[in-house]
Design a protein around this ligand. Structure first.
Ligand SMILES: [Zn+2]
Ligand SMILES: [Zn+2]
Length: 336
């Protein structure tokens, strides 16, 4: 099969990914072999390709927002059928036995492994997934629109949970890319007042279109104090800005897996009155299943920018440069 392979982490402009021939992977006894239909392009792929996240596997194939068809079943798999459409996401496996897994915080499992980082992902014709970590998908939604839900959507949902937003609360979103625009739709559907603080006119226009109460620049003060905020932009400088925008008792959740350094915090203006700063680390499978249910119920839609999979590096470069709003999705054109 043909697959993109990370030769050596480097800035995406210098093409760290190469299109290579690899054998079609054979699924382990507990795994599914999946023929890829679409794979979303996540900012984490950019961090892997550029080395912000150190390589976990030589020549890894990135991609962890896979929608595909089950092509074969490992010997021990039951409950799936060949031909069934499934989703493959970032969290690939956990040990199920550690103190975190036992208290339903498998996102913190020290033995956790990730698709497209520890194991080959979906920038390829085929990929594999442990059956226990594959998602069943709502039938009514098309492939390309589902892909971004599988990481951007799920992570945005966990970040929203981490803000402990009160009923009808005021939510600020810093940055407005693939994850934020899904999170905004769900938060609004559940009654939140959403404020978007982001640079870029296209992103601001999309935020208005999707019903934000107010839209401003990344360092602007929102139109009202916030009960919760989510920092989607990987920019540590925005941490104090967002903390200052919080009302008493407000929570700022940092959604990214990577963040540039934060400046020193001013305790009185940025943390006192029980403001909280929280990180978001991956997600549990329960978060994923719950989000996919809610996304179907509230018709949460991704704004999709499709690219042929053969042009994956271009999609990554465009993501880095902020050349589109919404989410880039690779459509498999590698299979003949
Ligand atoms: Zn564990
Ligand atoms: Zn991701």
């Amino acid at each position: 099969m043909r697959a993109w392979s990370l030769v050596e982490p480097a800035p995406v402009e210098s093409r760290p990914l190469r299109l290579v021939e690899k054998p079609v992977p054979s699924p382990a006894p507990s795994e599914l072999l999946v023929h890829v239909r679409t794979c979303g392009v996540c900012r984490t792929d950019l961090h892997v390709a550029e080395g912000d996240l150190p390589p976990h596997k030589e020549h890894a194939t990135p991609g962890h927002e896979v929608v595909g068809d089950v092509a074969a079943l490992g010997a021990e798999v039951s409950g799936f059928e060949v031909g069934e459409r499934v989703g493959v996401a970032w969290l690939r496996s956990t040990d199920g036995t550690c103190r975190y897994c036992r208290r339903r915080a498998e996102n913190l499992c020290p033995a956790s492994r990730y698709t497209g980082w520890d194991a080959d992902g979906g920038y390829a014709e085929y990929t594999t997934v442990p059956a226990d970590f594959a998602y069943r998908l709502p039938a009514a939604v098309e492939d390309a629109a589902l892909s971004p839900l599988l990481c951007a959507g799920i992570i945005g949902y966990r970040a929203l949970l981490r803000t402990d937003l009160p009923e009808g609360g005021r939510l600020g979103l810093y940055g407005y890319g693939g994850s934020a625009h899904l999170c905004a739709q769900l938060a609004r559907a559940q009654g939140a007042r959403v404020h978007v603080l982001t640079r870029g006119e296209a992103a601001q226009a999309l935020a208005r279109e999707l019903g934000a109460v107010s839209v401003g620049g990344a360092h602007d003060a929102p139109a009202e104090p916030l009960d919760g905020a989510i920092l989607f932009a990987p920019v540590g400088d925005l941490v104090p800005t967002a903390l200052r925008a919080l009302d008493r008792g407000g929570v700022l959740a940092v959604a990214g897996i990577h963040l540039s350094d934060t400046p020193p915090l001013d305790y009185e203006h940025e943390l006192f009155y029980e403001k909280e700063l929280r990180s978001v680390t991956s997600n549990t499978r329960a978060n994923g299943r719950e989000f996919l249910r809610l996304a179907e119920r509230y018709d949460v839609r991704s704004t999709v920018h499709p690219y042929p999979m053969s042009r994956a590096p271009e999609a990554l470069a465009d993501l880095k440069a902020g050349r589109f709003d919404g989410a880039a999705v690779l459509v498999n054109d590698l299979s003949g």
